[in-house]
Design a protein around this ligand. Structure first.
Ligand code: NAD
Length: 255
């Protein structure tokens, strides 16, 4: 898909990888709707790129649908959705204070997996009604999700987070298979350790140890590197039904 002039929506666009993605898509000429539960952050990203913003929770079915409806009316058919909204949680299955808090597990699945699926399903329903793009493949739209390498090698304390991201990775192929009849692609990125506010709370020692586990380059990834991959995915029609690691070859140890 040639991105120039088309409409995109980015969840979690108020910070980190979502913000960098919204900026990169705007730079590629897209008109971007920035969605985030942090309204002022979403607004700040949108203002800088001449986009639109909406403050919402990605698990809220009617709020997401209304925001997508509005952007279609303002900007035209939705061609690209990037799911970046997510939360990082940690907790042992059996910790010092007893078993894992069930509500904390539920909330992680709710935001990272159900929130992603909610946006995916509502976006796909809209994209299915799009005119095919006037290119040889006649694409109608592309959906990009964000998992994590924790989907494949979750560490001690990451049972909830890894389960939520494993779900995102697992739904990628069946979603791509099903939506193929509408000429919609579905692709997931599994980032390694990316220097965003999500990692901001980490002390220097933990960060240095994580960086040391990275094979090459031996540093945290940059949000812009994630955004570059999203642009490539959106533009390259053969990338479909896959979860792509973006991680400098890091493989997380058990702890
Ligand atoms: P971030 O904290 O900088 O940004 C996440 C954004 O999502 C925030 O603006 C937050 O307000 C928003 N958000 C959270 N819950 C939401 C909800 N329910 N509804 C709407 N918005 C919500 O984090 P980031 O590092 O840019 O993470 C982006 C994605 O990448 C997340 O899904 C995260 O799990 C994943 N990820 C991050 C890393 C990393 O190392 N930073 C690694 C692997 C995967």
């Amino acid at each position: 898909m040639k991105l120039d002039g088309l409409t995109a929506a980015v969840t979690g666009g108020g910070s980190g990888m979502g913000k960098a993605t919204a900026e990169a898509l705007a730079e590629a000429g897209m008109r971007v709707l920035v969605l985030d539960r942090d309204g002022p952050a979403a607004e700040a990203t949108a203002a800088a790129i001449d986009g639109r913003s909406a403050a919402l929770d990605v698990t809220d079915a009617s709020a997401v649908d209304a925001a997508l409806q509005e952007v279609v009316e303002d900007f035209g058919p939705l061609r690209l959705v990037v799911n970046c909204a997510g939360i990082a949680t940690a907790g042992r299955i059996v910790g010092r204070e007893g078993p894992h808090d069930l509500d904390a597990f539920r909330r992680t699945i709710e935001v990272n997996l159900i929130g992603t699926f909610n946006v995916l399903r509502l976006a796909a329903a809209r994209m299915a009604g799009n005119e095919p793009m006037p290119d040889a493949d006649g694409e109608r739209g592309v959906i990009v999700n964000t998992a994590s390498i924790a989907a494949f090698e979750g560490q001690v304390g990451q049972a909830a987070y890894a389960a939520s991201k494993g779900g995102v990775a697992a739904l990628t192929l069946p979603a791509a298979r099903e939506l193929a009849r509408h000429a919609i692609r579905v692709v997931t990125v599994a980032p390694g350790l990316i220097g965003t506010p999500m990692l901001g709370g980490m002390d220097d020692k933990v960060r240095e140890s994580l960086e040391a586990q990275t094979v090459f380059p031996r540093r945290l990834g940059r949000p812009e590197e994630f955004a570059r991959l999203v642009r490539e995915i959106a533009g390259n029609p053969l990338i479909n039904g896959e979860t792509i690691r973006l991680d400098g070859a890091v493989r997380l140890a058990a702890k």
